[in-house]
Design a protein around this ligand. Structure first.
Ligand SMILES: [Ca+2]
Length: 361
């Protein structure tokens, strides 16, 4: 776990992205002049550290709403519910049931109504997962856009053997209880470290399921997975889960036939740990929160309608900055396109005010 310097990307990105290996032959990048590998360029300051893992304590109840001013924006915090253990995500089923579904890291999904927790969890798969690592556990939940009619939902968790696992479930005959026997594992991606497991699931405005996977972990992308299009680690995936088979490949994915030894599931690559991302419900734009290594957090912006195959740079870059460029000289790495580690589409973001948040219907 690292403390990070939060960076909001500017349009300057397009200019800066031209350096750091983008034009180097043989996959080699020029030495970094300012960022030695493994070292931060600025000391973290109080208040700059961003949480990168799930909270590990029970949410206190009874606290008073808190307000704070940041420039022209006013943020107000108000408690919605207590009695939750390590909550990592909140969503809803889009079924007009007025329920909140809270993902708890240790393997349960709680239902909240009017701030009160149902006594029985919607789903309990704690016996299938490991949550011993701070970044491991039940991490993601997405309801199918047609959940009201088909009862399907998807979860992402760290299996007991460490695999990053995407599974589909159905609701039972009781609306507040899922059917554990309906489990279908869509994929189980082996992993080598307890951290950087991704975990975000969300349906895009195109109806496809997007899945974020981390680079596997350790530190500094030791297996160079961010740039390997032959492995799912360090990627944003895009899957068609509308049919009966576990999933299909959308025909307009960037490598739908697996050309260039790329996995057809991949939508974007060059990511370190995109464990949260969000589609703007009004515009369809995509915002990816990618946890940084030493000095920079990264927020990636992908406009609605963008083509797939965008490379967000890790681990050639950390945010806009060269990162361990010397490692591009390692002969053991299998870079698919060593001469073109260009970063397309890694655009800027000045404010997060347009990011949509779920609402109940
Ligand atoms: Ca991992």
């Amino acid at each position: 776990m690292h403390r990070h310097h939060l960076v909001l990307w500017g349009l300057l990105a397009a200019l800066l992205l031209a350096a750091c290996g983008a034009t180097q032959p043989n996959g080699e990048a020029p030495p970094s002049a300012t960022t030695p590998a493994g070292e931060a360029t600025a000391a973290p300051t109080a208040g700059s550290a961003a949480p990168t893992a799930a909270p590990s304590t029970t949410v206190p109840s009874g606290s008073e709403p808190t307000t704070a001013s940041t420039g022209s924006a006013t943020i107000k915090l108000e408690e919605v519910a207590g009695d939750l253990k390590s909550p990592v995500f909140v969503t809803y089923a889009n079924d007009k049931s007025n329920r909140m579904f809270v993902v708890e890291k240790k393997g349960t999904i709680a239902i909240l109504r009017d701030g009160k927790r149902s006594p029985t969890p919607f789903l309990d798969i704690s016996d299938l997962i490991t949550s011993s690592g701070s970044e491991q556990g039940l991490l993601g939940l997405a309801f199918h856009p047609d959940y009201a009619s088909n009862g399907r939902f998807f979860v992402y968790y760290t299996a007991s053997n460490g695999d990053n696992t995407l599974a589909r479930y159905n609701v039972s005959g009781t609306p507040d209880v899922a059917d554990p026997a309906s489990a279908t594992v869509l994929f189980a991606q082996p992993d080598f470290a307890a951290n950087h497991n991704g975990g975000m699931l969300a349906f895009g405005p195109d109806g496809y399921l997007y899945v974020g996977l981390g680079d596997g972990g350790g530190g500094g992308d030791p297996q160079a997975n961010g740039q390997k299009r032959s492995i799912l680690l360090g990627k944003l995936l895009r899957l068609d889960v509308s049919g009966d088979k576990p999933y299909a490949i959308p025909p307009d994915n960037p490598w739908p036939t697996g050309a260039d030894n790329a996995r057809p599931e991949i939508w974007a690559y060059g990511l370190r740990n995109p464990w949260r991302f969000s589609f703007d419900r009004a515009t369809g734009d995509l915002y990816i929160g990618d946890v940084g290594q030493n000095a920079y957090e990264e927020i990636d912006f992908q406009p609605a309608g963008a083509s797939g195959g965008l490379n967000y740079g890790w681990s050639v870059r950390e945010a806009l900055h060269c990162f361990q460029a010397d490692t591009w000289k390692r002969t053991t790495w299998s870079i698919q396109s060593p001469s073109t580690p260009t970063i397309r589409g890694a655009q800027s973001l000045a404010v997060m005010s347009t990011v949509a948040r779920p609402s109940l219907t």
